[in-house]
Design a protein around this ligand. Structure first.
Ligand code: SF4
Ligand code: SF4
Length: 201
């Protein structure tokens, strides 16, 4: 056991995510990400359970911890009550805090995602809002999105949305006092500090 396993154990989610793994592979068998990527939650649980610094440092620098889709199918099947998907979250957080994610292409991609999504949450209260998915920058969204984006003011009310309206409803504007509260939550829970560390380094 070493420094990194002690570091991981400081995360309150660790205890619930990995109690004792018997390497049965059930999590990998049900994991959708394992079907498409070089990704194996059983192997990750095993590596963390071993707990030696060299293995953990390699893991924190690898692309593999960024392949999990956080679907939590593994939680429902593990005979030991482990939650590999949650363990992945613990590893991702450590990789970001310790700067190991820079060594991974997928980790670097998450940096851009964090910058965009956290910026959106803090500025407008949504992870994703249609106005901010500009078809010129997202041609992969296709022609239907391009049309919707151009005509959203007319289309959204017909779909029952409260586009840029006050009060309740989807796509409503979030009041400034609520945005201030969200910002305080990020400040108190360390989200602002983590974003600064990840995005401004
Ligand atoms: S299902 Fe549970 S016990 Fe089996 S390998 Fe995965 S984490 Fe370990
Ligand atoms: S949460 Fe992650 S590890 Fe668990 S089944 Fe889903 S993709 Fe796989």
């Amino acid at each position: 056991m070493g420094y990194l396993i002690d570091y991981l154990k400081q995360d309150v989610r660790f205890e619930e995510s990995l109690k004792a793994c018997m390497n049965c592979g059930m999590c990998t068998a049900v994991c959708p990400a394992a079907e498409f990527y070089e990704y194996d939650p059983r192997r990750i649980c095993d590596a963390v359970q071993r707990g030696d610094d060299d293995t953990l440092e390699r893991l924190l620098k690898e692309d593999t911890i960024w392949y999990c889709g956080q679907c939590m199918s593994c939680k429902t099947r593990c005979p030991r009550g482990n939650v590999p998907g949650e363990l992945i979250s613990v590893l991702r957080r450590a990789s970001q805090e310790l700067g190991y994610f820079h060594q991974s292409e997928k980790g670097e991609q998450q940096k851009q995602l964090m910058k965009t999504l956290q910026g959106n949450i803090l500025e407008i209260g949504y992870c994703v809002y249609p106005d901010r998915v500009d078809p010129d920058y997202h041609p992969e969204q296709g022609p239907v999105w391009q049309w919707y984006h151009r005509n959203i003011a007319a289309v959204a009310p017909k779909l029952g949305a409260n586009y840029h309206g006050q009060g309740a409803g989807a796509l409503r504007d979030i009041p400034q006092e609520d945005l201030d509260e969200v910002r305080r939550i990020f400040e108190v829970t360390g989200g602002m500090e983590l974003k600064k560390k990840v995005c401004d380094e």
